[in-house]
Design a protein around this ligand. Structure first.
Ligand code: GLN
Length: 190
């Protein structure tokens, strides 16, 4: 059974644990640096990326996370988690895990659209995925190694680069486990 960590510094941790368990994974909260060595894969949840980044620095987690992701551990970032995995953000300065060769714009969909839902056509899935966006980022630039798996109005909102999967929406808020299953398949080497 795969042991999948959910970074539990801030944000919607419990929903991810629940959905991972429903898919048969051994899901654990990750709060301490030494726990990073005991997991086969990781989810960085949504929340507030500046807060999660600062707490990761304070808890001594940023460097262990960076080396695990660089070393090829499968990782999935949702919303704020996607921002943390990005190599760069369009504005400001905040601690990032990095490795995903993209530039992300935070809160990109604007005030009128602070949160919305959309039926997304996701590469690799047979049917639409009902995606919930909350103060969501979009990806403004993608590197040559990055596959775009879904877009909204031509803006990439789901990407994969080798061991890194990222969505600007929140699949843990629906009961659809198909994107979490993609992470489990990456861990299983499928
Ligand atoms: N707006 C948040 C940020 O920039 C992300 C929102 C979310 O994770 N739902 O960090």
């Amino acid at each position: 059974m795969s042991r999948v960590g959910v970074l539990a510094l801030q944000g919607d941790v419990r929903e991810h644990l629940r959905i991972l368990e429903s898919l048969g994974a051994d899901a654990v909260e990750v709060k301490h640096p030494e726990q990073v060595e005991d997991i086969d894969g990781l989810i960085i949840p949504g929340g507030e990326s500046t807060t999660i980044g600062k707490m990761a620095v304070r808890f001594g987690l940023l460097e262990p996370l960076r080396s695990a992701v660089r070393g090829g551990m499968p990782v999935y970032g949702t919303c704020a988690g996607m921002i943390l995995l990005a190599d760069a953000v369009t504005e400001g300065d905040q601690p990032l895990v990095g490795s995903l060769d993209v530039v992300v714009r935070r809160n990109a969909f604007g005030r009128q659209n602070e949160s919305f839902e959309a039926d997304l056509d996701v590469e690799g899935l047979d049917e639409f995925f009902r995606a919930v966006f909350i103060r969501a980022p979009w990806i403004e630039k993608v590197g040559s190694e990055v596959d775009v798996l879904a877009t909204v109005e031509d803006h990439p909102v789901m990407v994969r680069q080798r061991n890194i999967l990222a969505t600007s929406f929140h699949p843990e808020l629906t009961r659809d486990g198909r994107i979490h299953q993609m992470l489990l398949d990456m861990i299983g080497g499928k």
